[in-house]
Write a protein that binds this ligand. Sequence first.
Ligand code: ADP
Ligand code: F6P
Length: 320
Amino acid sequence: MKRIALLTSGGDCPGMNAAIRSVVRTALSLNLEVYGIEQGYKGLIENKLIKMDSKSVANIIQRGGTILRSARSETFKTVEGQQMAVNVLKENKIDGLIVIGGDGSLTGAKKLYDDFKINVVGLPGSIDNDIYGTDMAIGVDTALNTILKCIDTINDTASSHDRTFLIEVMGRNCGYLALMSAIAGGAEAVMIPEVAYDIEGIIKKIKKRYEEGKTRSVIVVAEGVGSAYDFGKVFGMIGGFDTRITVLGHIQRGGSPTVFDRILATRLGTAAVEALMEGKSGVMMGLQKTRIEAVPFDEVLGNKKLIDKKLLEIAEVLSR
Ligand code: ADP
Ligand code: F6P
């Protein structure tokens, strides 16, 4: 292994830069040449490779987003597109590729490994925390902290006006961000795609809480359940609550990564380079308990990450 390349793909997340820095500096310390590919698979197809040195990753560990930029590429989803990407890797004599991204990006990485025998190691980077094989993906902790700040802030104004707030959070089809932020933010209810919701039950609970003297209610809605605006109308009409909606949107994807994300991304970045050096490929490096483990792409992509039922129970009991 002489020359490796790395790219960031799909939705960006805080901590991608810390991972890039870690990959580059670990690789350099092992006398490898490292190339950064701009704009994910799109940039790979377009041969957008830049040689990285230690200085090129200076002063980025604290920055959200990705200095390599990210993109989504429909062309890469086709066999022709994948062949173009492979040709670029071969022309540039790249011996190993590190892909940082969500399950879509890892699916692309698996194609390169399975169908074209490219040495690929993946790193989980997505705020959604929907990637099997890692307890936490890069960016999740920062996104949760951002959401928490917003819930706490909204709580202040909600209490002053005796209002019911629906706060819509990201997560695609996964309710992790919603569930964890609802628990940590002391929300009255949470609606996630993994569990059937009971609007009448939530309304009953909120009414009871108001009768007991509570001056506000917060319901966290995962985007995968539907629009908080639509649910808001129902809560207003049936419950008779003074209801307001906040859709947090892309604010959840940016910002300076937390300590947790910086350390996780750094550990994963180092592990990815070491894995390539040890001849490992077709794997994602993931956090399992406190250890970094290599998990085969087949296992990562062949399984669905489930919501912890105990956490659901805790959310329910503590919001009664
Ligand atoms: P994420 O990686 O955050 O889940 P996407 O699902 O948008 O984001 O995937 C990012 C990119 O990964 C896509 O634009 C595409 O280039 C590539 N990709 C996604 N799914 C596939 C697939 N089934 N086959 C090949 N490449 C894929
Ligand atoms: O996968 C990360 C994510 O932020 C999801 O939570 C969200 O559904 C999606 O990406 C938004 O994608 P876009 O950046 O294309 O708006």
